[in-house]
Write a protein that binds this ligand. Structure first.
Ligand code: ATP
Ligand code: MG
Length: 601
């Protein structure tokens, strides 16, 4: 952790930029679910948030009940819950009642195969309807759902399924043959494998899911689960090291539901598109649970990113609330403003982003190209739901993550000499971002890693591992992950600020910044840069970028070296892997690269 008396990272022109705002209209403020932030924070209680949901008799709570049965029981069964868009543009619609019926069938199939409460059901699927049906059916059955990203290779899959003691896997025949069959016998816990697309000759010891579903009843009494019963197992992105398995319980639904209302401003008529894959926590908390508990219609696209396709979906599906990630926004920026302007996106009323720092440039681009700012928000696999957010009704300060959700107490902390953790209240002081534990969607464990879990909690704080600052208005500013901060000649430099400054230059599409050891300064700043179409790497451009950064950041903070790259190494959830840039720079072992995306794109 970094002491507060170290020089702040912000100086000169960037500090000024931080205070620029995107002013929100009165109309946004008046009509938003969270219209008056201070008032909402004052009046908020988790008990009230819990009361928004049904619960089960005797104090029980079940995520799938709240996502589906509650709406069906209340007469909203005909409402469109899910519109699936296939890779070839085929559409498949599920009403709340239809989705509940499919989930019931899946739950009945689990029962028939002896899968009970607390037992682990994994999925290894692209974004196909069966994934959503399996997730909800598993939760109805009181079993634990763990979605894996379908592009994982055999090793990361085996590692995660072993940690999670998988009893069931739902996957495709092709994935099974390539990624599971070679090692299946080594995982004794794995009893049943369901395939969603069977050819005539089913591989041995697998089950045709559709045949099983067809024989199952679409009526199922949701299994009674308590708020503390385990519901979801999510692995972290592996940006900083070996992924951890975060355990979430049914009570998380209280936070999923209310944060969707407050941070994403869900209203009954919304059409919501979360572009994240359920293999990552965003794709489950906000790609399944939160929109359904809020009774909105969600759009799912099976295909991978394509700028034109995405604009088409936003327009044709009349998406009103859109939740995406900085990496996708940077790709849209790369595709150009002119493309965006060709589409009528007037139905969009809220655009939000999560997963990585959102460069101020991207927020401003949103306003210019799409007519709205992106609303950044911050959270982690561990926190289960959004913790800090820019709200529809509040001015957006480009580059800031926003303010804590009602019910969430955040702080900037430092560690004293005796190892104790204390809060720093001075505005714009840098320290570790910490949260007071106690909200419903907080992880309950890192599965089988108790020591690692316990280390996160000190003196009544949950330590996030991220460094941040809070300004006088209570907005939080991300500095970098504690592991990524660069110490150079007595300065602490957050990679995010340097990357954002480089992004201001028209040639730069993406930037990743690391510190490399140097005897005099301790570390020097090195930037890796990917260029926009129409720009080619050259010595002149390198000098221009170095000059631009020096002018904006000052010599102490600006990079000393710039290297051009076609692409930057990223996790499959789209996060720049600075640790990998560093390992490669220094010729060190690459560490766990199970979540590394292919670098061809
Ligand atoms: P691992 O913990 O395995 O290294 P990870 O931290 O990337 O991976 P996630 O839980 O998916 O795994 O990501 C949470 C982290 O992502 C946060 O701790 C933070 O570093 C980063 N992050 C998420 N949202 C934002 C945001 N809005 N601004 C800045 N950083 C963000
Ligand atoms: Mg993390």
């Amino acid at each position: 952790m970094i002491p507060t008396d170290t020089p702040s990272i912000s100086s000169g022109p960037t500090e000024q930029r931080q205070w620029e705002r995107v002013r929100k209209s009165v109309e946004d403020g008046r009509s938003a679910n969270l219209a008056d932030y201070e008032q909402c924070v004052r009046n908020f209680s988790w008990d009230q948030a819990r009361a928004l949901l049904d619960g089960l008799p005797g104090g029980g709570l079940n995520i799938a009940h709240e996502a589906l049965d509650r709406h069906v029981k209340a007469g909203r069964g005909d409402k469109l819950a899910l519109r699936w868009i296939g890779r070839d543009d085929t559409l498949r619609d599920y009403s709340y009642a239809a989705l509940a019926g499919e989930a019931n069938r899946f739950a009945n199939v689990l029962v028939r195969h002896g899968v009970g409460k607390g037992e682990r059901v994994f999925s290894l699927l692209g974004r196909v309807p069966e994934l959503y049906i399996a997730a909800l059916g598993t939760l109805k059955n009181g079993s634990v759902f763990s979605p894996l990203f379908s592009a994982f290779g055999p090793e990361p899959i085996k590692a995660r399924m072993t940690i999670g003691e998988a009893k069931v896997l739902v996957t495709t025949e092709a994935f099974y043959r390539r990624k599971i069959e070679p090692w299946r016998k080594e995982l004794a816990s794995l009893e049943r494998v369901f395939l969603v697309d069977c050819s005539a000759n089913l591989p041995p010891e697998t089950i045709d899911l559709h045949a099983a579903l067809a024989q199952a009843s679409d009526v199922f009494e949701t299994v009674w689960t308590g708020p503390e019963d385990m519901a979801l197992l999510h692995f972290t992105s592996g940006t900083t090291g070996k992924p951890k398995g975060a355990v979430h319980v049914h009570e998380a639904v209280v936070a999923h539901n209310v944060t969707g209302r407050l941070a994403l401003d869900f209203r009954p008529d919304d059409i919501f598109w979360c572009t994240a894959d359920p293999g990552w926590v965003t794709g489950t908390s906000y790609g399944i649970v939160s929109p359904l508990t809020n009774g909105v219609t969600m759009v799912i696209d099976q295909a991978e990113f394509d700028a034109e396709r995405w604009y088409r979906i936003l327009r044709d599906q009349k998406v009103t609330v859109w939740y995406t990630a900085p990496t996708a926004i940077r790709m849209l920026m790369k595709a150009g403003r002119d493309l965006a302007k060709r589409f009528d996106l007037s139905k969009l009323r809220l655009m939000a982003s999560v997963g990585e720092p959102l460069n101020p440039e991207a927020v401003v681009w949103g306003v210019e190209a799409l007519g709205k700012p992106f609303h950044d928000n911050w959270w982690q696999t561990e926190t289960g739901g959004i913790m800090i957010s820019n709200y529809l009704a509040m001015d957006v300060k480009p580059g800031s993550m926003g303010r804590p959700l009602p019910g969430i107490v955040a702080g900037i902390v430092e560690r004293g000499d005796g190892g104790e953790v204390r809060e720093i209240t001075r505005a714009m002081a840098m320290g570790e971002l910490a949260l007071r534990p106690g909200w419903p969607s907080m992880m309950r464990a890192y599965l089988n890693e108790e020591a690692r879990y316990k280390k996160c909690f000190v003196d009544g704080w949950y330590l996030t591992g991220d460094l941040a600052m809070r300004d006088g208005d209570g907005y939080y500013w991300f500095v970098g992950r504690a592991d990524d901060v660069i110490k150079s000649s007595g300065h602490l430099i957050g990679p995010f600020e340097v990357e954002s400054t480089l992004m201001e230059h028209k040639a730069v599409a993406e930037a990743g910044v690391i510190g490399i050891p140097e005897p005099t300064a301790g570390e020097i700043v090195k930037a890796y840069v990917a260029l926009n179409p129409g720009f080619a790497e050259s010595e002149a451009l390198r000098k221009e970028l170095l000059g631009h950064a020096r002018q904006r950041l000052g010599p102490a903070v600006a990079p000393k070296e710039i290297a051009f790259r076609q692409n930057l190494p990223k996790t499959r959830s789209g996060k720049i892997m600075r640790r990998l840039l560093k390992a490669r720079e220094l010729g060190l072992p690459e560490g766990d690269i199970s979540t590394l995306e292919s670098e061809e794109r």
